[in-house]
Design a binder for this molecule. Structure first.
Ligand SMILES: Nc1ncnc2c1ncn2[C@@H]1O[C@H](COP(=O)(O)OP(=O)(O)OP(=O)(O)O)[C@@H](O)[C@H]1O
Length: 666
């Protein structure tokens, strides 16, 4: 059959008319889910997170102990205004529009140095989302020193051109004079600013949803405080609750050093581009100055094995020679990158941070030695807290009311699982059953009596056994709250055998037990799985380090749990002895006329000796208090406490709205 000739729908000329460059802002405006703006709830968190992370980075880089104000205020139904201010170094006037009104503009992308931000997208993307959803511009106040004027900008991103559009001061921004005059100016123009000698405040109005519990701003700020004990945070939430986290460490973390890329981590294309972009110099000088760990001898060796002139110009190297050089790098022994550029949190501060926030009886921490993936140095740290009350048991009636009013889940069971970290389906079922509520009962429709029953069930049901391990993931001290299952951390936790450490675990799933686990990865470049920086990619080198860290704390937990079990068993045995010894003594004295009391004392002594382990007391480092510390020497990075004495929270003060108003009146 002859092929039917179909009419041509288009041709190269017509198609060419539709082909044009796509600006990065247009791309990300369309694909905002890639940056963490997939729904209003996450958009709020991402906005706060981007601004707070920037503030922390800027303060630390400038050597200032960070103090940060976070203010979230409802403006209309489904709309919120988010203001974040820091006491950082401030931003130069000419940089402000570029930082807040242009995607892919930043100071951190081109360097290899441990920081929270790395891409140069975060805060401008938040501003762009705000403009898209409310039409309101991003407002920025920035001040670099006491005597100098502050700058005030209202900016909107022009997504077509990826350029900032300045709306105030006839397109030039406004200057706020220093001193008293400035305060009057701020007051008159309704500009929001906590008076400070220097710092930056960014205000973004956006479509958002405020929730509490898992994945919330509350959770992010609390977890930030755990991993950053040097930060003071003031947080005023949309319901006018004021939270103040005051710093517990007065010293800044050591300053991370910037390093040059390591040859092993440089791909072929990148090597070619670096050579092309380099200023004029010899090939040998290029390798020595642009990379870390390349000595003159190694540079010569690379050139010799690639048959490239050592003294020839780097710009004369052609593509086949670049390929040869690349191959030479792979086959030449070059020492691994310096690792003193990474600043871990440290075992002591991890123990301190975890103990302050997560209730428990046993804590262990491990900071692994530095390792390298794709030429980038990194450090893995693990902290573990065992015991303590379940998250459902610490809830007050007021908080439960708030949580129930805000949730968008459809059943009480879903509400429990989604709100409380680590509470598995089995435990949720138990609570629903105990409360006597219907299985498909909607959380929003609960009457006060039913809420009482639910609260009572949450307090009474022992969920610690069915409780899932709660994982707190961090990258460069930033908590990661989404994409848990896509993350190398979770995958490695699941792949580790926790049964050997005294926890229950079915194959291929998360271990169970009252355990909170913190895993921190610090690196000059954290390999996230996407631009929204929510999960860490599974490089085998990183997984190996995580596994070793988990094993280090797991072994200590196992030793502690085995010892605790033994102590319990012996004390049960002793109880049984004591229960019957009196009768044994009186029976024997009837038979052989022995002195009953004396016999009883002797038998008691024997029983005590045979169950001596029940008396074992462990000190706060996990060592046996009496003789023979070798029996349970858990090392220095362990903390054992009496959970009954746990004092909640990291120097956190929460002020309810009424009190805040009264305070203000007073
Ligand atoms: N509060 C601030 N104080 C001082 N400088 C800031 C502040 N916020 C942002 N900057 C500067 O603006 C740049 C851009 O910030 P942005 O959030 O867009 O990206 P980033 O933090 O570099 O990377 P990421 O996209 O990974 O968050 C930063 O690199 C920093 O130099």
């Amino acid at each position: 059959m002859p092929a039917t000739k179909s009419a041509r729908r288009s041709d190269a000329t017509k198609m060419a008319a539709a082909q044009k460059e796509i600006s990065v802002s247009e791309f990300f405006a369309k694909n905002r889910h890639l940056l963490g703006f997939d729904n209003p709830r996450k958009a709020l968190l991402t906005t706060v997170k981007e601004a707070v992370d920037n503030s922390l980075d800027a303060c630390e880089e400038a050597g200032i102990l960070p103090e940060i104000w976070v203010h979230i205020e409802p403006t209309a139904a489904g709309k919120y205004k988010v203001g974040i201010q820091d006491n950082g170094p401030g931003i130069l006037k000419k940089q402000i529009p570029l930082i807040f009104g242009k995607l892919l503009y930043g100071s951190k992308f081109h360097r290899l140095r441990q920081s929270r931000g790395q891409q140069g997208i975060g805060i401008s993307a938040a501003g762009m989302y705000g403009v898209q959803t409310t039409g309101k511009p991003v407002k920025i106040v920035s001040k670099v020193s006491k005597g100098k004027p502050a700058h005030y900008y209202e900016i909107q991103i022009d997504t077509k051109r990826n350029e900032p559009k300045i709306l105030n001061g006839k397109g030039d921004g406004e200057d706020i004079p220093a001193g008293e005059k400035g305060l009057a100016y701020i007051e008159k123009h309704g500009i929001e600013w906590v008076p400070q000698d220097h710092g930056t405040r960014v205000t973004i109005e956006l479509e958002a949803k405020f929730v509490r519990g898992r994945g919330s701003v509350d959770e992010y700020l609390e977890q930030t405080a755990i991993a950053n004990p040097h930060v003071t945070l003031h947080y005023l939430d949309p319901e006018s609750y004021q939270y103040d986290y005051t710093r517990s460490a007065e010293a800044l973390p050591p300053e991370p050093k910037e390093i040059k890329p390591h040859p092993y981590g440089t791909e072929l294309g990148r090597l070619a581009a670096m050579m092309e972009e380099s200023e004029a110099m010899s090939v040998s000088e290029f390798f020595r100055t642009k990379f870390s760990r390349v000595t003159p001898a190694i540079a010569r060796k690379l050139c010799e094995s690639a048959k490239v002139s050592v003294r020839g110009s780097v710009h004369k190297v052609d593509r086949p020679q670049v390929e040869k050089l690349f191959e030479a790098i792979q086959s030449t022994k070059i020492s691994p990158p310096a690792t003193d550029c990474i600043c871990p949190i440290g075992e002591d501060l991890i123990l301190k941070g975890l103990h302050h926030v997560v209730p428990g009886e046993f804590y262990a921490a491990a900071t692994r030695p530095p390792a390298v993936y794709r030429g980038n140095p990194f450090v893995v740290e693990v902290g573990l807290a065992y015991g303590g009350t379940a998250p459902t048991q610490n809830v007050t009636r007021d908080l439960l009311n708030d949580l129930l009013d805000e949730t968008d889940t459809r059943t009480v069971r879903q509400f429990l699982i989604h709100t409380f970290n680590g509470l598995g389906g089995d435990s949720a079922d138990k609570i629903v059953k105990e409360s006597g509520l219907k299985t498909r009962q909607a959380p929003s429709g609960l009457k006060p009596k039913e809420r009482d029953k639910l609260l009572a069930a949450m307090k009474n049901v022992n969920v610690s056994e069915g409780q899932q391990m709660n994982i707190l993931r961090y990258a460069n001290r930033v908590p990661l709250q989404f994409q848990q299952s896509a993350c190398a951390v979770t995958q490695t936790v699941i792949g580790t055998n926790w049964r050997g450490y005294g926890l229950t675990q079915s194959r291929g799933s998360m271990p169970k037990g009252p355990v909170s686990l913190m895993v921190h990865i610090a690196s000059v470049w954290v390999p996230f799985t996407s631009e929204s920086k929510e999960a860490i990619a599974s490089y085998p080198e990183i997984q190996k380090e995580i596994r070793l860290g988990l094993q280090a704390v797991g072994r200590k937990l196992g030793m502690y749990l085995r010892r605790r079990l033994k102590v319990r068993q012996q004390s049960d045995r002793r109880e049984v002895f004591q229960r019957y010894l009196k009768e044994v003594a009186s029976a024997v004295s009837v038979i052989n006329a022995a002195e009953e009391k004396e016999l009883y004392e002797q038998l008691l002594n024997v029983a005590r000796k045979r169950t001596a382990e029940a008396d074992t007391k462990l000190d706060d480092r996990g060592r046996k208090v009496e003789e023979d510390p070798s029996q349970l020497n858990l090392g220095d990075n362990v903390l054992i406490v009496n959970p009954a004495h746990h004092e909640a929270a990291i120097n956190r003060v929460v002020t309810a709205p009424e009190e805040a108003e009264e305070d203000a009146e007073a």
